[in-house]
Design a protein around this ligand. Structure first.
Ligand SMILES: Nc1ncnc2c1ncn2[C@@H]1O[C@H](COP(=O)(O)OP(=O)(O)OP(=O)(O)O)[C@@H](O)[C@H]1O
Ligand SMILES: [Mg+2]
Length: 269
């Protein structure tokens, strides 16, 4: 049984989104007709081999890149450009090294003009949620990669974004820390009910985290299949990667890529 409590309210819609770049005078199409719907509170992973346009898709949603055609509709409105309602966490932590952990988490609130006392309270709340209690006063260089990424997640969540956009946020971490972070992001998601749009090329990561997996095809990048993931939650308590159902989802995804040659398939299984 899937115990996720999504509202069933559509939050983000990508409608026929295409993107063409010009390289050496020639046009090349990176994304073609991408359609995707994400409900409020859903955890959706976009999965695909390198170069299939995962980051481009996320950057278009973030408003950092403009699509060549099609539309991005967030909460009923057509989206243009970046904004504080879209939280972002990428592989690079992008924390300010001259600020300590809690001051980094406070940045967005400071920009919004939230009072010092209130932003301290909110930042503390989110540091607790991501398991960074006790590290508030540490400087960025004093904490591990996993802790930096937790701080980056707390900073994004503290702004109460409508959607959190994450581009392979755990790729730079060692395998054990990556697994810890997957559990941590699920716990933060369960507590905050934030909608998450998460890019990965790690099949198990997509299965472990998501409600829905958008499996991408390459050349040009397009949606191959949307897989509903009904593994029970909370995943870290109820799901093991050796479970039969987990293996079935993995097999389904491997099948989808059976036409790709090994050198085209850099997915992690
Ligand atoms: N700003 C840009 N200008 C020109 N081409 C770009 C730009 N950004 C991405 N591309 C090209 O678009 C294609 C898709 O890139 P994208 O970064 O989205 O891939 P990806 O699926 O995220 O891959 P990876 O798993 O390696 O991160 C690639 O061929 C890339 O070279
Ligand atoms: Mg990428």
């Amino acid at each position: 049984m899937n115990e996720t409590t999504t509202s069933g309210k559509l939050l983000l819609e990508l409608k026929e989104v295409s993107k063409t770049f010009v390289k050496d005078g020639a046009e090349f199409r990176v994304l073609e007709g991408v359609n995707l719907r994400i409900d409020e509170g859903e955890f959706v992973c976009i999965l695909g081999p390198t170069g299939c346009g995962k980051s481009v898709t996320l950057q278009i949603v973030a408003g950092l890149l403009e699509q060549s055609s099609g539309s991005v509709i967030l909460d009923g409105k057509e989206e243009y450009g970046p904004g504080p309602h879209k939280g972002m966490v990428f592989q690079e932590y992008a924390l300010l090294p001259w600020r300590n952990v809690i001051e980094n988490v406070e940045i967005g609130l400071e920009l919004k003009g939230v009072s010092k006392k209130e932003r301290r309270r909110i930042a503390q709340e989110y540091l607790d949620i991501v398991g960074l209690k006790g590290s508030e006063e540490s400087m960025v260089h004093e904490i591990s990669g996993g802790m930096r990424q937790r701080a980056a997640i707390a900073r994004a969540l503290a702004n109460h974004p409508k959607i959190l956009l994450m581009d392979e946020p755990f790729e730079a971490l060692d395998a054990l820390t990556k697994e810890e972070m997957q559990i941590q992001i699920l716990k933060a998601w369960e507590k905050t009910k934030t909608t998450i749009f998460f890019v990965t090329h790690d099949v198990d990561e997509a299965i472990f985290l998501s409600d829905k997996i958008c499996v991408m095809d390459i050349n040009p990048g397009r949606v191959k299949k949307i897989i509903e993931n009904r593994l029970p939650r909370p995943r870290h308590e109820k799901v093991c990667r050796t479970d039969v159902e987990f293996g079935e989802l993995r097999d389904q995804i491997i099948q989808l890529y059976s036409s790709l040659k090994d050198d085209e398939l850099d997915l992690v299984f």
